[in-house]
Design a protein. Structure first.
Length: 738
């Protein structure tokens, strides 16, 4: 810039700074805002600045004017000191202090601080997305922008005669910058230039407003059960910390009101959602459900959480697509986790929605308590001491005293309380040549109290369980010439657990999962209702490869061996046949995984008996790229009457999404029962998305049926106008102009 221009800037600063200008703010290097008493002067920068007669300052060229955070850019600015007005020739760009609102115009007459005046051929742009084009824009008090003959859209407008995909035309629009609201008069919604809706008055939130009371995106739905209808959500801002969403759903066969309430607190949050329906589908009316959850921080590192789930009948959640849960849990929990301590107290109340279960014989009321303390020992021989206290009780509303099958916890009316005290000593060593050794010595005492036992089990029992265990691991590492790393780790574990299982019902350990997580454990039962007693051993081999190209592979194999088969106190084997642990030699556990840098992941595990016949198997595959998301699952379970599974289970399921082109995305999901050769569930969807609109068409079909549940088909159609209802965060969907 020439010396003349710099002198012009200094003259401009002196002329534009009135005695009553606002105090400026400066930010020091540490980021602390400091107030000082120096009035903030307007700054004017231009290629050419001169002072004409009558104290009129003229700046031309690349002109910039700055005052109180606002930035004005134009080709020429004339400032009349007598009237304190700016005459501006365009193209003009006025940017507010926070940068979220930009005003573009052909010409303008503004006051000195750019808060009042008139702009011709103006456009108001919010967050570089929504724009309001008007013949004229009047600014008042730095708060109100009044636009005449307005066209509003968030669609990309190219230099062509084609109308935008959607726009709102209005005779007059008032923008309240303080309340962040837009008020329309005589508004028309046009699609591809054709009017489709007229509204004499319309209020919309300023796109820069994060939360505003108003209608959300409606959804058209067609259901074979509920008929054709529409959902229209209405969002209500109650305060900065809470809101409410009401969604009326009116269809041929139902009148439903859905609601969601959310509130944030200084130390936590909560949310509730539910619905009430009067329909022609269910046997009882009205029908309703309520789900809620919350978590709060309490003093002394404790946390409180709760979960509420309730439904008026067994099919309401599925009929309306609210949830596919078939067992509901209401839970209140207090928990604290520290480095050397863990505390838990929880109360759960269950409700079954399954056709073949009775809530009377379901263990509906469950109380759990746990305390674990770890004490490092700094004296010889080192190691650490652990103390674990467990308490569990469950009650049924049934008064039955008959004893059903022990592996069917829903055939009795018994109530059970269980208490466990366990103390253990743990010590690790590193032996030559790099073998990792771990020793565990402990004693557990289990006590049971049973009410309505049915006469076949003890009403009270106490059983000790001394424990001794040694685990040996030998990690071996090799790096190839190509840079790949291989880790091979043979593992062996030897256990002895004394005592015998008490003659009490088995309510919590009827289903056992045998996998990599509990292969090397003193007991694979999930709860102390039963323990693995006597001598046992486990061996296995883990192998992992880390490739230089991002590929990672792993494989694990293992088996459990006992000195004799573990029997149940009531006769027969303690483990079910499909658990893989029934005999002295367990089934062989095989598991593997492959991952690639491109997002591909393959995982499989299975149990195989001595004839290498499959007992249980599962396989999962997933692939994630910027344009593709795919996940598939296969499971196979052998029939097992002891687990109330009379036939084999074999199912396929997959869920996929593929971005077909820049704006189109297809989705599909499918679940198939191989044994019955029937589809369980299927769905497809197609979405179109660009910078100004989001359109989704989806259809789903549920094929399952029961005495109270019918197959159903649902079709939904949703249109969202981006900019007001949702924002375009992914710029890859934005259209470009040729």
């Amino acid at each position: 810039m020439s010396l003349r221009s710099w002198m012009g800037v200094m003259v401009a600063a002196a002329l534009l700074a009135p005695a009553g200008a606002a105090f400026s703010q400066q930010t020091d290097r540490a980021g602390v805002t400091l107030d000082n008493d120096t009035p903030e002067a307007a700054i004017l920068i231009a290629d050419d600045v001169f002072l004409s007669a009558g104290d009129t300052l003229v700046a031309s060229g690349q002109v910039e004017a700055l005052f109180e955070g606002r930035r004005l850019e134009s080709q020429e600015i004339s400032y009349d000191r007598a009237t304190e007005t700016l005459s501006i020739k365009g193209p003009i760009r006025l940017t507010e202090a926070d940068g979220s609102i930009v005003v573009l115009a052909d010409s303008a007459e503004l006051d000195r601080d750019m808060t009042n005046g008139l702009m011709q051929g103006a456009r108001l742009v919010f967050d570089s997305q929504v724009q309001l084009a008007a013949v004229e824009l009047a600014r008042a008090n730095g708060r109100y922008n009044t636009l005449l003959k307005v066209a509003v859209t968030s669609c990309r407008i190219c230099a062509s005669d084609d109308p935008p995909l959607w726009q709102i035309r209005a005779r007059r629009v008032v923008h309240d910058q303080q309340e962040q609201q837009l008020y329309f008069e005589d508004a028309q919604l046009r699609v591809l230039g054709a009017p489709v809706l007229y509204l004499p008055r319309l209020r919309l939130p300023d796109p820069t407003l994060e939360r505003a009371t108003g209608f959300l995106v409606p959804t058209l739905r067609n259901s074979s059960l509920l008929g054709f209808g529409i959902e229209v959500p209405f969002f209500i801002v109650i305060g900065d910390d809470k809101d409410l969403t009401l969604t009326p759903y009116i269809a041929t066969e139902t009148r439903t009101l859905q609601a969601r309430y959310r509130q944030a607190f200084r130390t936590g949050r909560l949310s509730f959602e539910g619905a009430v329906s009067d329909d022609d589908v269910g046997a009882d009316n009205p029908r309703a459900y309520l789900f809620g959850e919350g978590e709060f921080g309490l003093p002394d590192d404790y946390s409180l959480s709760f979960n509420i789930e309730a439904s008026s009948d067994k099919t309401y959640l599925l009929d309306y697509g609210f949830s596919d849960k078939d067992r509901l849990e209401n839970r209140l929990e207090i928990e604290r986790a520290r480095r050397n301590e863990y505390v838990l107290g929880a109360l759960s109340i269950f409700q079954s929605l399954r056709d073949d279960e009775s809530n009377a014989t379901l263990p509906a009321f469950v109380l759990n308590g746990e305390y674990e303390r770890r004490i490092p020992l700094n004296m010889d021989p080192g190691g650490e001491f652990r103390l674990n206290l467990l308490a569990q009780g469950h009650a049924r509303t049934s008064s039955l005293t008959s004893d059903g099958p022990d592996l069917d916890p829903f055939a009795d009316g018994r109530d059970v309380a269980r208490f466990t005290v366990e103390a253990g000593y743990f010590r690790n060593w590193v032996l030559n040549p790099g073998i990792l050794a771990r020793v565990h010595l402990g004693l557990a005492v289990d006590h049971f109290e049973i009410n309505q036992a049915g006469g076949t089990s003890d009403s009270s029992a106490t059983e000790p369980a001394p424990i001794a265990s040694v685990e040996l691991r030998w990690p071996l590492l090799k790096t190839t010439a190509a840079g790949s790393r291989h880790v091979l780790e043979p593992v062996a574990m030897f256990n002895w657990v004394g005592g015998s299982n008490a003659k009490v019902p088995n309510d919590s350990s009827t289903r056992v999962e045998f996998d990599e997580g509990n292969l090397f454990s003193t007991s694979r039962f999930p709860a102390p209702d039963r323990r693995e007693r006597g001598f046992s051993a486990a061996y296995g081999l883990n192998w992992t490869r880390y490739g230089t190209d991002g590929w990672q592979s792993s494989f694990a194999v293992g088996q459990v061996i006992r000195d004799e088969r573990l029997d149940d106190p009531f006769g027969g084997a303690a483990f079910t046949d499909s658990s893989g642990l029934r005999d002295r030699y367990s089934d062989i556990l095989l598991a593997g995984q492959i991952r690639s840098a491109s997002g591909l992941a393959l995982t499989a595990r299975g149990l195989f008996d001595d004839g290498f016949a499959t007992t249980k198997a599962e396989a999962r595959a997933s692939w994630q790229t910027p344009s593709t998301q795919f996940a598939a699952t296969y499971i196979w379970l052998r029939n097992d009457p002891d687990e109330l599974r009379p036939t084999n289970i074999s199912e396929w399921a997959f869920d996929a999404s593929y971005r077909v082109s820049r704006h189109w995305t297809a989705q599909a999901d499918w679940r198939y029962d191989v044994v019955s050769d029937e589809n369980v569930q299927a769905g497809i969807g197609l979405s179109y998305q660009n910078e100004c609109v989001d359109i989704t068409l989806s259809a789903s079909r549920r094929f399952t049926s029961s005495t109270v549940l019918e197959p159903s088909t649902d079709i939904s159609f949703t249109v969202g106008l981006r900019g007001f209802t949702t924002r375009t965060l992914d710029k890859s969907y934005t259209r470009t102009c040729n």
